[in-house]
Design a protein around this ligand. Structure first.
Ligand SMILES: *Cc1c(COP(=O)(O)O)cnc(C)c1O
Length: 387
């Protein structure tokens, strides 16, 4: 039977396991149970214990696997739990190369946790394939790429990096949180594993913390299923339901998010008080060309710096529609200060080296009316002028 749909917009709504087989319910029920009756010794009905497998979580896992075009999906209690499971594929003595502006929590996980198990990392300019290749020493077994990587929205050519990495036998992991499969599908560009903080756009409403991983091969699927069950950082049934619900509207949300982000980026770039805007959807951005080849748009996240004579602290106090908060990807516009918030776990010298300045302001543009967003930005910039 041919599939009833071809477009990812339809897959968001009908993908995975769309209907509850037993009842026909058009939403997969929340199977809020820890265990399952066995009909005799060794006679299970497909489930035995919810850490190992739960029908609501399974529907979500099948959905994300389909959306990313992978062999299998795995749902975790947070993005970092997903990354922890994926990095657990490595062994003592292995080294992983990471993009130079990876998420602060990813950096901390490697720098202060995996470090205990002698799994080490090197920060690599994955946005420059030549310099990336030069960082591959014999102990390097994997590369973890974010593209765009925040807060500077640095774009990595995923296809080029995957090609080099595979020539050296590395596992290619891409954190696709900022793009989602609606805008970018790393497995089709050569990655082996995709990880997500589903807390962000996939959930989309700032009401659930969750993580997802999708693998390309059966072999990786077996290994990660074993790790997921053995380490146990799984997503609960209710949160799995919330994510499935969020993913259904991902397409329409992102269309509006991206439209608003581009308008905000253009507005800021032409604002006389703004020194610099980082947004790969702008033709003038360093990553524009590569991003255009591998993603459907420049995404939703952007950062900027104010010129001298403007105080970024005042800017944060002056926004009113836009909320000062950690996180991103919800329907509401948020602003944050990377150097003291999301990227504070990166030591100051490294922050300075990779260009995360104290004046950097990061925006997650929501789906409010664009004129309200622009007015708020304009007012906050005006209020931040040092008189
Ligand atoms: C938020 C985030 C994470 C961590 O995810 P949690 O769900 O907060 O654990 C990882 N990577 C990126 C790019 C993120 O934005």
């Amino acid at each position: 039977m041919s599939k009833a749909y071809e477009s990812i917009s339809s897959a968001l709504i009908h993908g995975g396991i769309p209907i509850d087989e037993r009842t026909g319910a058009v939403n997969i029920p929340i199977y809020q149970t820890s265990t399952f009756k066995q009909d005799g010794l060794g006679k299970m009905r497909g489930y035995e214990y919810s850490r190992t497998g739960n029908p609501t979580r399974e529907a979500l896992e099948a959905l994300i696997a389909e959306l990313e075009g992978g062999e299998a999906g795995f749902a975790f209690a947070s993005g970092l739990a997903a990354e922890t499971a994926v990095l657990s594929l490595l062994h003592a003595g292995d080294r992983v190369l990471i993009s130079s502006n990876v998420y602060g929590g990813t950096f901390r996980l490697l720098n202060q946790v995996f470090d205990h198990f002698d799994i080490t990392y090197t920060i690599s300019n994955t946005d420059d394939p030549k310099s990336f290749e030069a960082d591959i020493t014999p102990d390097v077994k994997a590369v973890l790429v974010e593209s765009p990587a925040n807060p500077l929205m640095t774009v990595t050519d995923i296809r080029a990096v995957a090609e080099i990495a595979h020539r050296h036998g590395l596992l290619v992991i891409v954190d696709n949180t900022f793009m989602t499969p609606y805008l970018q599908r790393p497995l089709t560009l050569g990655a082996d594993i995709v990880v997500h903080s589903a807390t962000k756009y996939l959930g989309g409403h700032s009401d659930v913390v969750a993580g997802l991983a999708v693998v390309k091969t059966k072999e990786l699927a077996e290994k990660l299923a074993f790790i997921q069950n053995s380490t146990g950082g799984v997503l609960g049934p209710f949160d799995s339901f919330l994510l499935i619900r969020g993913i259904k509207t991902l397409g329409v949300r992102l269309d509006r998010h991206v439209e608003n982000a581009l308008a905000a980026a253009r507005f800021l770039s032409s604002h006389p008080a703004v020194k610099r805007v980082y947004y790969p959807g702008l033709e003038t951005d360093k990553g524009y060309e590569v991003n255009r080849r591998q993603a459907k748009s420049g995404g939703v996240m952007l950062s900027f710096e104010l010129k001298e004579g403007y105080d970024h602290k005042k800017f944060f106090e002056s926004v009113s529609l836009i909320t000062l908060a950690e996180s991103l990807g919800g329907v509401e516009s948020l602003v944050c200060h990377p150097s003291s918030m999301t990227h504070a776990s990166i030591p100051e010298d490294i922050r300075k080296r990779v260009g995360i300045t104290d004046g950097l302001i990061r925006l997650s543009i929501g789906i409010e009316d664009i004129s309200d967003i622009l007015r708020d930005l304009d007012n906050a910039i005006a209020s931040s002028e040092v008189k």
